[in-house]
Write a protein that binds this ligand. Structure first.
Ligand code: BG6
Ligand code: MG
Length: 217
């Protein structure tokens, strides 16, 4: 039985994944590294520091921990600048309706994001009351693909992991959901998320009736 749906935030509820990409690309350019959209797929879902390490690996750049801290902070300042321009109309069309329909079926709804900015995003979008629980990057030690964030969400919802479905746009997030023993709906490209139990192009393409198929997946 599916008793809870757990949504990732960046790239599933709103296109903040784009703002992460643009901010990382600007930082990568500053240190002479080219960051393509294809490479950026590896940054999705992972922590800020891991994202920076991937960029440094791509460019074969080495630097001290202090320098890394400063760069990660700089990228975050640019990301926060984007957030300050954001409004509730940037929520992907149909997502609030889907969340409401899930709730009407008596299924709990959680939000689980690796981002330390997730609470701010949720407040800007005014969606805090749409979720039974919100867990973010400040509450975990291991970022996706580790299952910790989803296991924490399930624990706070008081639902067994095997009764949860995760909605994820990141390959690392799909890995994390499956490692938690949950079902996973990938949001985005089938080629990149084929390890999910089902893939939709956009979050709102998922219909609440589709949950029944996932029970048998
Ligand atoms: C995830 C994003 O939600 O949060 C990643 O998919 C991002 O791209 C991660 O790196 C951490 O975000 P933040 O806001 O803590 O830097
Ligand atoms: Mg995401």
């Amino acid at each position: 039985m599916i008793k809870a749906c757990i949504f990732d935030l960046d790239g599933v509820i709103v296109d903040t994944a784009r703002y992460h990409y643009l901010s990382w690309k600007r930082l990568a350019n500053e240190i002479g590294v080219e960051l393509t959209e294809a490479d950026n797929e590896r940054l999705k879902g992972v922590s800020r520091r891991r994202s920076l390490d991937i960029i440094l690996e791509l460019g074969k750049v080495t630097m001290s921990e202090e320098e890394k801290e400063a760069l990660a902070e700089k990228k975050n300042t640019w990301f926060v600048d984007y957030l300050e321009q954001m409004s509730p109309d940037e929520i992907y069309p149909g997502v609030k309706k889907l969340i409401r329909q899930i709730g009407e079926k008596g299924i709990k709804v959680g939000l689980a994001s690796s981002s330390k900015n997730a609470k701010a995003v949720v407040e800007i979008l005014k969606i805090q009351d749409d979720f039974d629980v919100v867990v973010d990057g400040n509450m975990i030690v291991h970022s996706k693909p580790h299952p910790e964030i989803f296991l924490l969400a399930a624990e706070r919802l008081n639902i067994k992991p095997s009764d949860c479905v995760v909605f994820e746009d990141a390959a690392a997030g799909v890995d994390a959901a499956l490692a938690a023993g949950m079902k996973c709906v990938g949001v985005g490209s089938l080629a990149l998320l084929s390890h999910a139990n089902k893939v939709v192009s956009k979050t709102a393409d998922f219909r609440v009736q589709d949950l029944e198929d996932l029970e048998n997946a």
